[in-house]
Design a protein around this ligand. Structure first.
Ligand code: AMP
Ligand code: ZN
Ligand code: FE
Ligand code: FE
Length: 279
């Protein structure tokens, strides 16, 4: 039995609807999936229903963008209460930050004589958590760039002319936000962010787990982070980070997390809930 615990839908910058994602998971023979859209939990209810019909275990989640010592980090929250008011309020704030950032990026593009409208990006994104991939798709659709990669290389990558920095909460706040919503906090794809030096302070702040298996992790990355997980008593997670068809081939099912790791994730979440009830 295998799980894929890092997946995106069209409620953020993936291309699959929750139902399409679940159908892909079924085709891949996955026993469990975790939905981790950027800065939203909106897709969870539909993905949960579709998973139930398909006989797949569903783990609600989100992927929050945070910052520690100037480094961007992604923090996954699993088994959160998707109705938690504080979580929903904070998420609404991050979403409006995202929307304003799109307007600013479009203004920069216009100043570069690329006549793109923010409304074009919003209607293409059709979600509350739009991001750079949506701007890239709009640039390709309007014929300003041949590929998504070209859009990032010319305009959207960090320090390129249409790039706008994004407000980020601290890693500590992200961990607290996830905990108060009843979930566990997991550092996403540490091999991508080269974030080893921030791990001890995040553990201090209550980090529960680390994503050891990820599409962009080499076998030696995975071994390295499994060692770190053991050293800091962190649970181990993994997933493909599938964005549907937006980054070429759909990745769902290409990272297959052995189910026993998910058991440990659920045990840790239950411990957190017991501790929170006692305090
Ligand atoms: P944002 O949240 O708006 O900063 O956008 C982040 C998303 O953009 C993530 O899904 C990244 O995988 C994607 N992304 C970042 N850099 C690139 C790139 N060079 N090419 C394609 N996608 C990228
Ligand atoms: Zn994404
Ligand atoms: Fe990420
Ligand atoms: Fe992701």
């Amino acid at each position: 039995m295998f799980a894929d615990l890092h997946l995106h839908t069209n409620f953020s910058d993936g291309t699959y609807s929750p139902e399409e994602l679940v159908e892909q998971a079924r085709a891949q023979g996955l026993a469990a999936i975790g939905l981790t859209d950027h800065d939203t939990v909106e897709g969870c209810a539909r993905a949960d229903r579709a998973s139930q019909s398909a006989g797949i275990e569903f783990i609600p989640g989100t992927e929050l963008t945070a910052e520690q010592d100037g480094n961007e980090l992604h923090i996954l929250g699993y088994l959160i209460d998707t109705q938690n008011l504080k979580l929903l309020n904070e998420i609404a704030r991050f979403q409006s930050v995202r929307q304003n950032r799109i307007r600013e990026m479009v203004a920069r593009l216009q100043a570069l004589s690329v006549p793109l409208q923010a409304e074009t990006v919003f209607s293409l994104a059709n979600c509350r958590a739009p991001g750079r991939p949506h701007v890239a798709r709009a640039l390709v659709q309007a014929g300003h760039c041949a590929t998504l990669d070209e859009a990032f290389e010319r305009f959207l990558k960090k320090n390129r002319p249409a790039w706008v920095p994004k407000f980020k909460m601290s890693a500590t706040n992200a961990i607290e936000l996830i905990h108060q919503a009843g979930g566990i906090a997991v550092l996403a794809h540490p091999g991508l962010n080269r974030s080893d030096e921030v791990i001890p302070s995040m553990v201090e702040a209550g980090l529960d787990g680390i994503e050891c298996f990820h599409t962009k992790h080499s076998a030696s990355h995975s071994r390295h982070y499994l060692e770190i997980a053991a050293r800091f008593n962190l649970v181990v997670t993994g997933g493909s980070d599938c964005h549907g068809l937006s980054k070429g081939k759909p990745l769902i099912g290409t990272v297959r997390l052995p189910y026993h790791y998910l058991e440990t994730v659920k045990e840790r979440a239950a411990e957190r809930k017991t501790a929170a009830a006692a305090s």
